[in-house]
Design a protein around this ligand. Structure first.
Ligand code: C2E
Ligand code: MG
Ligand code: MG
Ligand code: MG
Length: 277
């Protein structure tokens, strides 16, 4: 900041930096106020079973209904939550809403599952599994109806705690899913270490060009086979057209998500999708 102020030619940049940090400060204050409230709303995206054509469940994706700035997407506020110690409160709020909603679906006769994205912070808290158990009990939802999605980078630090938390979740009956599979380093070592994972989600980047790039196609096909050898369900992320969906079905992929199947949407818009299940 000082260096920029010293250099006379950086006035414009300095002003942008100021605006940027003012916006950040404003969002931080507002997020602290809203993080545990109904201002955090969930959109749900369907997970389609490719063998039966039935919707098996929904992934909960958080948005922030900001009073002045409208609907904000997770890439805007997740880093702010992470940096200000608000992540656990956010996850609790998301879990609570998602589990309550899923229990309601079950009560209406739709035995679908719900998936929630965890953060690295969550996996470092020994009490995280117990918090989930309490919410499941409170809403009378069976643990197997809940999937917790994690990414490989979340397992980089504090191995011992992370492994214990994931083992505990699995022994409770909660499904653990490896999100964005294939985008990180040492993906295969994580697959070996994460012996309790029930599902992997092949990253959108492989799905996007699998019809045009033979290397992506080979990676998708062999990952499906590898996962099946390990007894793991494969979900393709980011399916945007019918041809990709048909090809994934041919290759034996278990489930798919993507704009072609259904965009993330508020609860009120989900009714027609239930009709398909
Ligand atoms: P993710 O868990 O990998 O979720 C998939 C993202 O891809 C979502 O973006 C979704 O809207 C988008 N998407 C789905 N289908 C398609 C498609 O066909 N094409 C394209 N281009 N995009 C598609 P979103 O909702 O912006 O979420 C971004 C990321 O934010 C998520 O990636 C997840 O890592 C994180 N996130 C979302 N909700 C939560 C939450 O409640 N807690 C935590 N800790 N992280 C969350
Ligand atoms: Mg996810
Ligand atoms: Mg993903
Ligand atoms: Mg992603």
């Amino acid at each position: 900041y000082n260096a920029k102020r010293a250099g006379g030619g950086h006035v414009v940049y300095r002003r942008n930096d100021d605006q940027e940090s003012r916006l950040r400060l404003e969002l931080t204050t507002a997020l602290r106020r809203d993080v545990a409230t109904a201002a955090m709303i969930l959109h749900y995206q369907p997970k389609l079973d490719l063998r039966t054509g039935v919707i098996r469940g929904f992934e909960a994706l958080v948005r922030w209904q900001h009073p002045e700035r409208g609907l904000l997407m997770p890439d805007v506020f997740l880093p702010i939550a992470e940096q200000n110690g608000l992540m656990s409160a956010l996850t609790q709020n998301v879990l609570s809403q998602a589990i309550r909603e899923c229990a309601r679906w079950h009560a209406e006769g739709n035995r679908v599952s719900v998936a929630v994205n965890a953060s690295a912070t969550d996996l470092r808290f020994e009490c995280f599994p117990q918090q989930i158990l309490d919410l499941l009990d409170a809403h009378d939802l069976p643990a197997k109806a809940l999937t917790v999605e994690i990414t490989e980078t979340m397992m980089l630090t504090d191995w011992a705690t992370t492994d214990r938390v994931l083992d505990r979740l699995t022994s409770m009956g909660v499904r653990v899913s490896i999100d964005d599979y294939g985008t990180h380093h040492s993906t295969l070592s994580y697959l070996r270490r994460l012996h309790t994972a029930a599902e992997l989600k092949l990253d959108r980047s492989f799905i996007a060009d699998m019809l045009t790039a033979p290397r992506s196609a080979a990676i998708v096909r062999s990952t499906i086979d590898l996962a099946h050898d390990l007894g793991i369900t494969v979900v393709a992320e980011g399916v945007e057209d019918a041809e990709t969906l048909d090809t994934l079905r041919e290759w034996g992929c278990d489930q798919a998500q993507g704009y072609h199947i259904g965009r993330p949407a508020p609860i009120a818009a989900l009714k027609p999708q239930f009709a398909k299940s």
